[in-house]
Every structure is written in C-alpha cells, then in structure tokens.
Design a protein around this ligand. Structure first.
Ligand code: ADP
Ligand code: MG
Length: 254
C-alpha cells in the first residue's frame, strides 16, 4: 500500500475519508471525501445538524470504526496499517472517550470506573492508585470515590467519565455530545472542565456537539453537513500550558 501521509503534529489528519453504512440493500453515505486536520493541543468542536455524520467522524478518529476510503492518521500514527489488536492497544494508550450518556459501569464505584482504563495498560498498581485519586480530585469528586453511578447526579457522572477518559494520559480525548443529557448550567460546567483539562494536560480534545456553548469554548470549529465539511474556523491563538506528560509505563512501545 502506498503511504502518502507524513507524520504530523496534528491530533488527527483525514484525507479523502468516506464511510458508508449498509442497511439491507440500501447504502447510506455517512461521510463523503472528508479532508481535515485537527490541531494538536486544541479544543476542536465538530458541529452540524443531526444525521450530518458527526458521530461517524468521531468513531473513525477514535479508531472504533474504519473508513471505507481515504487516509487517516491519529496522534501521528497511520492507523489503517494497524491490525485489530494493535488498534485496541493504540486506543487504550492514546485515546480517551466521553459519551452522551456517560457510559459508566453501574456496578463499579467512581474510583473503579476511573481505574478501569488503567487496568488495560501496564501502569503499576501504586502509580495507578495515585493517578485515579489525582484525577478524581481534578474533577472535584474526591469525596465521591466510593459512590456508584446511581448515587451520582448526571453532572457528577460526566465528571467521573472525564476523569476516566484522562486517566491513562491519552493524547486525544473524543467526546460525543457530552452535554446533551445535562441541564444548561451543568452542561456549561462540563465544557468548562473539559476546556480546563485540555489546557492543563496539554491534550487534544475533539467534541461533537451542536451546543453553542461548546462552539464558543472551542479553538477550532469544523461544521459538517450531509457528510461533507462545510466550513473550518480556526482561532489564531492556541493555549499550550505545558507539554504532554505521559503516565510512566502506560505507553505502548513502537
Ligand atoms: P450525527 O452524529 O451527526 O447525528 P451520524 O454519524 O450518527 O450523524 O449519522 C450519519 C448518517 O449515517 C445518518 O444518515 C445516519 O442515519 C447514518 N448512520 C449512522 N450510523 C449508522 C449505522 N450504524 N447503520 C446505518 N446507518 C447509520
Ligand atoms: Mg451523533
């Protein structure tokens, strides 16, 4: 296979990406020839109406799904070249996820939910504990470590989900409509937290949303419509507080 992408300082580079879903004999083109660069160390909003392809795009960047066409590089890695197992390792080491419905594991405590992704890496137990406690502290939930999701409000559950997404010190955090199940004020505090974490941890955050608060907080906004990029708006000043510091031992060696 010819490889034309060069390693870049981008969180993700998409070149001529297409994705179709097949339902029976009908083919649904969800993305058509999408080419974009998502900047590193930025908060990028992906906006557009329902059904425009936002989740499909996020799932491709998150290596949850593979494109039918085009080239995709995530955190400097051309991911098409990875086997399914290598892709799982890549996701665990470099990517974090936040979902609309929080997706915490109901039988686990807040502490155990945040610890969960670290169990997929080779972080030693003592370092793991330190990391979980510091992440719970960073999202303001130290005193809720032993609560289960059902004992937390929606906003608190999403805070736990953010701590979980950041636990393994990913390079890129992907969030799909993270404020859609929250009231406006709680949604605003979640966006503020994601903005703050993005700056403090020197990570790249990509949020799919049509919430104007997300777009207002973003450095860059990509608008998609009917599976195509309609516009890309970039702010000129980006905020890099300190370089990305990985958790010792959490990285896969390449
Ligand atoms: P958005 O997140 O912007 O609402 P999606 O990426 O979910 O958009 O969907 C884009 C298009 O692909 C829509 O037409 C949707 O109905 C279709 N689609 C999404 N997921 C699937 C699927 N698993 N099977 C079939 N069609 C799908
Ligand atoms: Mg969606």
């Amino acid at each position: 296979m010819t490889r034309t992408l060069k390693p870049s300082p981008c969180a993700a580079v998409l070149k001529d990406i297409a994705k179709r879903y097949r339902v029976g004999s009908v083919e649904i083109p969800a993305l058509r020839a999408v080419s974009i660069e998502i900047r590193e160390d930025c908060l990028t909003a992906i906006s557009g109406p329902s059904g425009s392809g936002k989740t499909t795009l996020l799932n491709l960047i998150g290596c949850i799904d593979r494109p039918d066409q085009g080239e995709l590089e995530v955190a400097g890695t051309p991911v098409a070249e990875l086997s399914d197992n290598a892709l799982s390792d890549f996701r665990a080491a470099h990517l974090g996820f936040v979902f609309q419905s929080f997706n915490l594991i109901p039988v686990l405590t807040a502490y155990e939910n945040v610890e969960y992704p670290l169990r997929l890496t080779n972080v030693p137990p003592a370092r793991r504990r330190e990391r979980v406690l510091s992440m719970l502290d960073a999202v303001g939930l130290s005193s809720h470590a032993r609560h289960r999701p059902s004992q937390l409000s929606g906003g608190q559950q999403q805070r736990v989900a953010i701590a979980r997404a950041l636990a393994a010190a990913p390079r890129v955090v992907l969030a799909d409509e993270p404020t859609a199940n929250l009231d406006s004020q709680t949604g605003a505090s979640i966006i503020e937290l994601m903005r703050q974490m993005q700056r403090e941890h020197g990570i790249s955050v990509v949020i799919c949303s049509h919430d104007p608060k997300v777009i207002a907080a973003a450095d860059d906004t990509v608008v998609i419509q009917d599976g195509r990029v309609e516009s890309v708006k970039r702010s000129s000043d980006i905020h890099i507080v300190r370089p990305h510091t990985p958790v010792v031992g959490s990285r896969i060696q390449s």
